[in-house]
Design a binder for this molecule. Structure first.
Ligand code: PLP
Length: 377
């Protein structure tokens, strides 16, 4: 028997798969096997930061109209969506790269710029995908210590001074998942000033639509001054299209040209292209989603405080809670109650659970169940 492990590069050998939130149908199957009956309709998933309202009605209508054309390949250039995004964001279509979720763009960015021997920087507790794409590309990831669970951009600047050579890439999440922490415009600008232009800075803004704080930076406004900056965004979170997989990167046109060479030709399917355009149009749905989230976040903060649990202040659509004990048993007890959240042991946060903001009644049910479970674990 051939040992196929030996055939792959060292980076791939050491790769461990990303652990996603448990899908509802998987929970039903697992509990069913143990003869614990859970009705799918009674299960709430607060584990993957999805929009509890789902997609807008206009999106569903647009998808229905597009269904008869499923026999045709999508427009591989994404011309119409890029035109709409350009208008919407006051950028040029040439600056945009479309991805099968922004996750794919992070992978394309790493494969475009990183070679074995290159260095890439990301923060402790940063979104797990950064370390995975860096490793898959055979490059070396360097972790910059967090401060109060968040990115410490001054520590990034210090790392730039002390490394043996400039990193090829820096990955920043604003806000970060799984901590919900964010950094302001001054901190970001200071780091960009300290970064050589030969270092690509990826600014992951997967949750930017939720944030209304005046000092929260709009990465797009910095692209003119910093041609090495790449901003990634997604339709998965505030726009409620996680199941369709569509995201985009905005960058200098030359970088976009490179990414578009590496990008698979039909990476965004025709329903996703159509849906994303309709989602951009429906500003009322976006506004409603953002408001619902703000209320839900306050509801969870208040409820968690009443349970005397510590949490990391979040500006995103989830909140990360210190349950004051090993979190996996709490997570498992919540599963028995039909509530899926996310344990963070993989992030070296063994006592934390990440809870996505749901509908008001779902947040209430989570808080009640959590109280019960904490009494019993
Ligand atoms: C959810 C998320 C993404 C990627 O989402 P896609 O569905 O692939 O667009 C990227 N970055 C962060 C920080 C996220 O939390």
């Amino acid at each position: 028997m051939v040992d196929f492990e030996r055939l792959v590069s060292g980076g791939i050998q050491k790769l461990r798969p990303y652990l996603p939130g448990k899908p509802i149908e998987v929970l039903v199957r697992e509990m069913g096997a143990r003869e614990i009956r859970l009705e799918p309709a009674n299960i709430i998933k607060l584990a993957s930061n999805e929009n509890p309202l789902g997609p807008s009605g206009q999106v569903i209508g647009a998808i229905q109209q597009a269904l008869p054309k499923l026999g045709l390949y999508p427009d591989g250039s994404g011309f119409l969506l890029k035109s709409d995004l350009a208008r919407h964001l006051s950028i040029l279509p040439e600056q945009i790269t479309l991805g099968n979720g922004s996750n794919e763009l992070l992978d394309i960015l790493a494969r475009t710029f990183l070679e074995p021997g290159d260095l890439a920087l990301y923060a402790q507790f940063a979104f797990d995908i950064y370390s995975l794409v860096v490793q898959a590309a055979g490059a070396q990831g360097i972790v910059v210590k967090a401060k109060d669970w968040g990115h410490d951009l001054e520590a990034f600047a210090l790392a730039l001074e002390t490394l043996s050579k400039p990193p090829k890439m820096i990955f920043l999440a604003n806000p970060n998942n799984p901590t919900g922490t964010w950094f302001d415009l001054d901190a970001l600008t200071a780091l960009l000033e300290a970064t050589p232009l030969e270092t690509i800075v990826v600014l992951d803004e997967a949750y930017s639509e939720y944030i209304t704080l005046p000092t929260y930076p709009d990465g797009l406004s910095l692209l003119g001054r910093y041609p090495n900056l790449v901003v990634t965004r997604t339709f998965s979170k505030a726009y409620g299209l996680a199941g369709l997989r569509v995201g985009y990167a905005v960058s200098h046109p030359q970088i976009a040209g490179l990414l578009n060479r590496v990008r698979p030709p039909f990476n965004v399917n025709s329903l996703a292209l159509t849906a994303a355009r309709a989602a951009l149009e429906d500003e009322a749905h976006l506004k409603k989603s953002v408001q619902l989230n703000a209320h839900g976040l306050r509801q969870l903060e208040m409820g968690l405080s009443q349970l005397e649990l510590g949490f990391i202040p979040s500006v995103a659509n989830f909140i990360t809670v210190d349950v004051g004990r090993e979190a996996v048993p709490v997570y498992e007890q919540l599963l028995h109650e039909g509530i899926i959240v996310r344990p963070l042991a993989a992030y070296d946060m063994p006592n934390h659970l990440r809870i996505s903001v749901g509908l008001e009644k779902d947040n209430a049910r989570l808080l009640e169940a959590l109280q019960r479970v904490l009494l019993n674990t």
